[in-house]
Design a protein around this ligand. Structure first.
Ligand SMILES: N[C@@H](CCC(=O)N[C@@H](CS)C(=O)NCC(=O)O)C(=O)O
Length: 234
């Protein structure tokens, strides 16, 4: 049994989709990041970085007992290696899968996150930051559109964990720009039609009013939980 600590956010959805695709036995331990569940001593013992997702795999990679892992990209690789699924075996395809997974983890994730922060969460509007991250989102979508106009999936002919990592992040942007991103729309429709993806995207209770929709609805307490300055050791 694998326990996924997380909620309805793109990084936890990646992991829920992978668990569903791989047919692994798992359950959700809901972590409400707006309520501060990620700041409790129990959660910090699992991930001192106070971020979801985290998994606890009770058999571990070697059958030797429970294993705790955080960072969604590392978790996707772990699950793919554990099951031999959704990570190409051929060395070139495998390296390309790693490349697009790292592109998501180091580019799409942080840039889309900062774009959402400055566009929706920040109380004060900072035009430079808003323009900077909005243009990075547009640029990154252009890179993905270019790749997917040449290749069915990010790593090549096959659907892999690189696609799973990217889909929850870009879905809303693709839906808003389908005419300008036709290759991404084709890719996104194919992924969205998969039952395992549909189940994974439903992870956790809906928090549409804050996480997915009108983000300006955050209270001061929720802002402090998510964005409050915390010093090392405090
Ligand atoms: N690089 C991390 C990022 C994880 C992350 O940013 N998680 C967010 C939700 S999507 C979170 O738990 N935030 C809570 C907080 O910052 O306090 C990963 O890919 O797992």
């Amino acid at each position: 049994m694998i326990v996924l600590f997380g909620g309805p956010t793109p990084n936890a959805r990646k992991v829920a989709i992978a668990l569903e695709e791989m047919g692994l036995a798992w359950r959700l331990e809901p972590i409400d990041i707006l309520a501060g569940d990620q700041l409790t001593p129990e959660f910090l013992a699992l991930n001192p970085n106070n971020k979801t997702p985290v998994i606890v795999d009770d058999e571990g990679p070697d059958g030797a007992g429970p294993f705790v892992l955080n960072e969604s990209g590392a978790i996707l690789l772990y699950l793919a290696e554990k099951t031999g699924r959704l990570l190409p075996a051929a060395p070139r395809d495998r390296a390309l899968c790693h490349q697009w997974l790292m592109f998501q983890m180091s580019g799409v994730g942080p840039m889309f996150g900062q774009n959402a922060h400055f566009s929706y969460y920040a109380k004060d509007k900072h035009p430079y930051a808003m323009e900077r991250y909005a243009s990075e989102v547009t640029r990154l979508l252009g890179v993905l559109e270019g790749r997917l106009s040449q290749s069915p999936y990010l790593a090549g002919a096959d659907y892999t964990i690189a696609d799973i990592a990217t889909y929850p992040y870009v879905l809303r942007q693709v839906e808003a720009r389908r005419d300008r991103l036709p290759a991404m729309a084709r890719w996104s429709d194919a992924i969205g039609a998969r039952p395992a993806v549909q189940r994974g995207m439903e992870v956790g209770p809906a928090r549409k009013e804050t996480i997915e929709g009108g983000l300006s609805g955050l209270s001061d307490e929720q802002r402090s939980i998510l964005f409050g300055a915390r010093q090392f050791g405090s």
